[in-house]
Design a binder for this molecule. Sequence first.
Ligand SMILES: [Mn+2]
Length: 430
Amino acid sequence: MTDQLIDQSVVDQTNEANRKALDADYAHLGEHLARRGIDIDAVLKKVSAYTVAVPSWGVGTGGTRFAKFPGTGEPRDIFDKLEDCSVINQLTRATPNVSLHIPWDKADPNRLKQAASRFGLGFDAMNSNTFSDAPGQQNSYRFGSLANYAKETRQQAIEHNLECIEIGKTIGSKALTVWIGDGSNFPGQVNFTRVFEYYLDAMKAIYADLPSDWKLFTEHKMYEPAFYSTVVQDWGTNYLIATELGDKAQCLVDLGHHAPNVNIEMIVARLIQFKKLGGFHFNDSKYGDDDLDTGSIDPYRLFLVFNELVDAELRQADGFEPAHMLDQSHNVTDPIESLIRSANEVRRAYALALLVDRKALEGYQQSDDALMASETLKVAFRTDVEPILAKARLDANGAIDPIAAYRKAGYRQRVAAVRPAVAAGGGGIV
Ligand SMILES: [Mn+2]
């Protein structure tokens, strides 16, 4: 039995209030889907098994380049963060794994393991940080890390990544995600070829130390903090990296790290086809790398991404085993509420993609019926699958309405009483 920080009786109470309506809605949706030839219980089973990892840094209030306005009860360290993550999982039953960022979450690995197992949590990919300077660090990353012109700075960044692997080995992680802020702000500042050579050489040194059952994910990002050129700027460069490094290296797609209007679902399809889709950082954006809650701006795009994932899952595409993680920054909401909502949104996109009539779709594609092909996706997308999501939570002892249960339980007020207030301050990219 694992510890629960939300009193289960509060969850049960809110579930009782919603259960009758859920039963009716689930039965109604079941009838509707049966008419479309879909077994609702089969969808429920798949959705219940679907999980997405939560980033440790996501439970703290983020910020922009301009300012940060911390909320109450901000987690003080990784152990507070694990408590907050456990609340998200208790209510959603969709987030059993936490992804750590080193050095932010650095602690005795055995203590980390104990703290996580207290709540039945596990650890997802390790994330290194060479995009900011840690206190006491010898060489600064101001002008880059793995692609810095100075050899000793590159070596320091390599060693940091190797340390992340060592910590990960103790706590049961199986992947390292590398994102660097390296690039340039002005034409001429760096030689594009030279810095990419530096980067590849450094990544090869890290890859050489990767355990055989691990994966190395590289994450591309078009701009910021470097505003003119970024060393790992797009999926093409990312694909080159993964190909240069070897089979254990794959590309990580952060939904926010593309130019507006880029066809991300097609990038996903390409990476699947060539066995290089490592995983996702889910979030949403309107203008750039906004790090907004997943599905809050463009749920249709999220659905289209999952449409590609389900397509690959159903045809059992070779080498297809992507890692799913949320990566958001919460400026004006309670981070726990945002992460609860986003975990549900990725599950929703998965459920909707499972409803696509793929046989019909293929027929319309073969007969060049663009309208009906598009409509086939829309029919799935227009379905309200909330009863399936709610039942998945309920059956696993989670909450039918997790945000209502969270608020009723008064968790934020409770931790605010013991965690000191954090001063508002300058910004920082999260
Ligand atoms: Mn990311």
